[in-house]
Design a binder for this molecule. Structure first.
Ligand code: ADP
Ligand code: MG
Length: 689
């Protein structure tokens, strides 16, 4: 008997090879299969009499297989299967390439159902590699709306569909985690129904209903999470941080530049939160280089003037070093800074032993402690930790975030929670933030500091590739450095290993023979990644080939060229972020977008990047350009909680928000174990590193 937790390798027809391919898609159990949603459907629901077939039609044909034969095409070593299918109205030829097993699966005399696009011309139509199955009342691959899944190499739609079809009745055994009153109020279908319909809908209306239910779930969970967090925070006190206005003004005056209005506003919003005495939970969003770190510094400075301490978490060691350097420069003479990472412990300008660091930290002698996730390790304790700042919040899962919150009260007399500030360079417009972040206080820094040079952006046609390489050579000769970003080719390669490695080989062995090139992808160990980054930072390597999985969040002042392969595979906002890695000093910088696509829509989309320099505007455009079913974009930039809901599901997000309010006001989450479990599974972490 199979159950929800049955491993897929115990299912009929799943051998070792298929099993490992399924695993690549994240499918290990029958339950995973059921929750693996299709990203679009092929409409094969019309059955056309053979006499009425016209080239270009997408349809199903049902008939008797009159003949079937296989032969080898003599030029290519390819197996060709040919058949003839007849119904009452006529007969039509069918061919399949390289699927030798079909000759064994089908026999002359079988009544079969075929689906696909009709090929040929008006005088001679035929079916080219259609989907096929024995005709019957319960069709899976033809004569209906057929689900199309995101696949990995070596796995077919048919295989996946077959497996899901054979497990889908288990959906009845999944407890519906949505409370009944909400189902009723929102007119949602049951979870089991939704899961069945999302895979095997009888009509388009059923797809809508299923999608609506499943998307609602995702949004509801986010809303509920954020509301519970808010309620939890509201039930706790935090430190009342007095605003030291004169000192802050002096600090700003000494910077040598004026804050932008947006920076000023964000700082003010933070100061207001900090003064309130209830725990702050605020996100600052702004493009790379918009000056978020500086705003955070103002907050940390005020905290230290109150005699309390701040922890600043960066996603990587290099970024922690970078923040430590920049913050030391602006704050070093007024407050005591510390750096704590796997390989370094520094207090002020002095390297210290780990023990010494921990001691000072525990005594609350360090005003601002900067580090990586090492800061949430067990042996670290803080004293009077009043503010936690997290850079690029998506990298840190909810659990880690919770850990850090606990840090501040464990072992302390006070039960106060620290204020929480996250910084993000992912430009989500305010109108859409609700969908992804729930009910989080948000400050947006949209203006860039004055005097930034515009990065020259070009879409490079395939024919101009060599010219671009030549240009890069000249830049390197002039002492500059170059980023090369490669896309994920297929989901099987979720570390981006393949594309980046291939590109690296090509550039290293064929194009830039005499230049030192570095390689960075998600399969490297953390230490190797740091090394690759450090080599680039120090200028030892001139070109860094990396994947999108590895975010290049580092400030390499000397880099002037950002070259993006397969640019059409990225969302605009993400491309914009890559572009933000260059243009950080006085040299003119460039962004080259490579694409093989000739599609007008794609080129138009990329052109938006050439013309527009505002991450938020680009995010909006992204939404406009992305049609349904496109799988790149936000998915890649990390909103992995949204499998089926999209950022622009505004109506649904509002509805989910209402439902979350209603639920919180009327029920106790602890009475809903399935829902609690679902919440615990929620993970905001961005990358699978
Ligand atoms: P972010 O964290 O948003 O990427 P940073 O705070 O690191 O941006 O700022 C990027 C650079 O711009 C830093 O060198 C910083 O000193 C500088 N900077 C920040 N705000 C301003 C401003 N208002 N005017 C000029 N330069 C600024
Ligand atoms: Mg930054």
């Amino acid at each position: 008997m199979i159950g929800l937790d049955t491993k897929v390798n115990q299912l009929n027809k799943v051998g070792g090879a298929t099993y490992s391919k399924l695993k690549k898609l994240g499918i290990e159990t029958a339950k995973d299969l059921i929750f693996y949603y299709p990203f679009r459907y092929e409409d094969f629901s019309n059955i056309t009499p053979i006499a009425k077939l016209q080239p270009g039609m997408t349809t199903t044909v049902v008939g008797r297989l009159e003949l079937i034969a296989s032969r080898r095409s003599f030029r290519k070593k390819m197996v060709l299967i040919e058949g003839l299918v007849a119904d009452k109205t006529g007969s039509v030829k069918v061919i399949w390439f390289n699927q030798p097993w079909i000759a064994k699966n089908l026999q002359a005399g079988d009544i079969i159902s075929l689906a696909g696009k009709v090929a040929g011309d008006l005088f001679n139509v035929y079916l080219n590699s259609p989907e096929y199955e024995k005709a019957g009342s319960n069709s899976t691959h033809t004569a209906r709306l057929v689900p199309i899944y995101s696949l990995t190499e070596g796995l077919t739609q048919k295989q996946l569909r077959f497996l899901i079809k054979n497990t889908i009745t288990l959906a009845d055994k999944i407890d519906d985690y949505l409370p009944l009153p909400i189902l009723k109020e929102k007119h949602l279908i049951s979870l089991a129904q939704a899961l069945k319909k999302i895979h095997f809908p009888a009509n388009k209306n059923e797809i809508d209903k299923a999608r609506n239910r499943l998307a609602f779930d995702e949004l509801f969970i986010i809303q509920l999470w954020s509301k519970l967090l808010k309620r939890d925070l509201a039930s706790h006190k935090s430190y009342r941080i007095k605003f030291f206005e004169d000192e802050t003004k002096e600090f700003v005056a000494e910077l040598g530049f004026k804050l932008t209005d947006d920076q000023r506003k964000a700082a003010w919003e933070i100061i207001t939160d900090l003064k309130s005495g209830s725990p702050m939970n605020r996100l600052v969003e702004g493009d790379v280089g918009s000056g978020k770190t500086l705003v955070a510094a103002i907050a940390a400075y005020n905290v230290s003037l109150n005699g309390l301490s701040t922890a600043f978490l960066a996603p990587t060691e290099i970024l922690a070093n970078q923040h430590f350097a920049t913050l030391s420069k602006v704050l070093g003479k007024s407050i005591k800074l510390g750096l704590f990472t796997r390989s370094q412990r520094i207090i002020g300008d002095r390297a210290v032993a780990k023990k010494e660091f921990l001691k000072q930290c525990q005594k609350g002698e360090i005003d601002l402690i900067i580090g990586t996730h090492t800061l949430i390790q067990k042996d670290i304790a803080f004293n009077n930790l009043a503010l936690v700042i997290v850079d690029e919040q998506h990298r840190f899962g909810v659990l880690q975030r919770e850990e850090l919150k606990k840090k501040s009260w464990s072992g302390q007399v006070s039960s106060k929670r620290p204020h929480f500030l996250s910084l993000s360079a992912t430009p989500i417009p305010r109108s859409l933030a609700l969908t992804v972040y729930g009910d989080l206080a948000l400050s947006i820094i949209r203006q860039m500091p004055l005097g930034r040079k515009k990065i020259i952006t070009r879409v490079v046609a395939p024919a101009k590739r060599l010219e671009a390489y030549q240009f890069i050579k000249e830049q390197v000769k002039a002492g500059r450095q170059v980023f090369v970003v490669c896309p994920l080719i297929d989901p099987s390669d979720n570390f981006g290993f393949k594309s980046a490695t291939e590109e690296f080989e090509k550039l290293d062995k064929e194009i830039f023979l005499d230049l030192a090139i570095g390689l960075l992808h998600g399969k490297l160990k953390p230490a190797q990644k740091e090394q690759a980054m450090a080599d680039f930072l120090s200028g030892r390597t001139k070109i860094l080939v990396s994947t999108s999985v590895v975010e290049v969040g580092v400030d390499v002042k000397n880099a002037t060229v950002m070259m993006i392969e397969g640019a059409d595979r990225f969302g605009l906002a993400q491309l914009h972020q890559f572009r933000g890695r260059v243009g950080r000093n006085s040299h003119q910088s460039y962004c080259f977008l490579f694409t093989d696509s000739q599609e007008e829509k794609t080129l138009l989309r990329l052109k938006a990047l050439v013309e527009c320099n505002d991450g938020f505007e680009l995010a909006q455009k992204d939404l406009k350009y992305r049609g349904a079913g496109q799988i790149y974009g936000y998915q890649q930039s990390g909103f992995s909680n949204l499998k089926i809901a999209t950022l622009d599901d505004l109506v649904l997000a509002k509805s989910a928000q209402e439902a979350a309010d209603f639920f919180i006001n009327n029920y106790n989450i602890n009475d809903f174990p399935e829902l609690s479990a679902k919440l615990k599974g929620l993970n905001f972490s961005q990358h699978l590193e």
